[in-house]
Ligand binder design. Structure first.
Ligand code: AMP
Length: 190
């Protein structure tokens, strides 16, 4: 199965993806993590996107789309992907649909983690101490949250139409959220 998980920055997408990956033998495809690796490795792409990510903006749809196509086209990951951080807007959601068709795959469930801005601010500051991410600054977090809210509405409608969307309360504890997500995945596995 393939899963999409989205939510604002600091919603716990990465944490929950890690748990799901282990439990259901999937592969986590975090576009944010792949992009941060490019920066760490000082690749040409990394240099190009460094200031975009630091500023809390989105990289181009082409860059993000190329990253996910690498995984969708790889047979090792066929029907085993959890998309963490993609799609971020309607263009990306439509592109994902096209790529899934191209590689004869589909999305089975879309999980939306909901978290308030107040909680996000707290979590981002905690994470800054642990991970030292360049974009985990309060002002940039607010900007990322606002960008997320503005871009994601049409994506939500898009997945509502196909009946794939499940909303999960991201304010609960990590174990409660992962329990709820596991139940949802089990229910579609049948
Ligand atoms: P994340 O780790 O998902 O919070 O992503 C960190 C940053 O990477 C974002 O703020 C964007 O700058 C960039 N990024 C991650 N995924 C995407 C995407 N699908 N489209 C555009 N930019 C992305």
């Amino acid at each position: 199965m393939n899963i999409v998980i989205f939510g604002p920055p600091g919603a716990g997408k990465g944490t929950q993806s890690n748990i799901i990956v282990e439990k259901f033998n999937l592969h986590q495809l975090s576009t944010g993590e792949l992009l941060r690796k490019e920066i760490q490795n000082k690749t040409k792409l990394g240099e190009e996107i460094s200031s975009i990510i630091k500023g809390g903006n989105l990289v181009s749809d082409k860059i993000a789309g190329d990253l996910i196509e690498k995984y969708l086209s790889n047979k090792i990951y066929k029907n085993r992907l959890i998309f963490d951080g993609y799609p971020r807007n309607l263009i990306q959601a439509k592109n994902l649909d096209l790529l899934l068709k191209k590689y004869d795959q589909k999305i089975d469930i879309v999980l939306k983690l909901t978290v308030s801005l107040e909680t996000i601010k707290k979590r981002i500051l905690e994470r800054k101490n642990l991970e030292n991410r360049v974009d985990d600054d309060e002002q940039i977090a607010i900007k990322r949250f606002t960008n997320y809210e503005n871009n994601i509405k049409p994506v939500i409608d898009f997945y509502k139409q196909s009946n794939l969307l499940k909303v999960v309360d991201g304010e609960a504890s990590i174990s409660k959220i992962s329990g709820e997500i596991s139940d949802l995945i089990e229910s579609i596995k049948g």
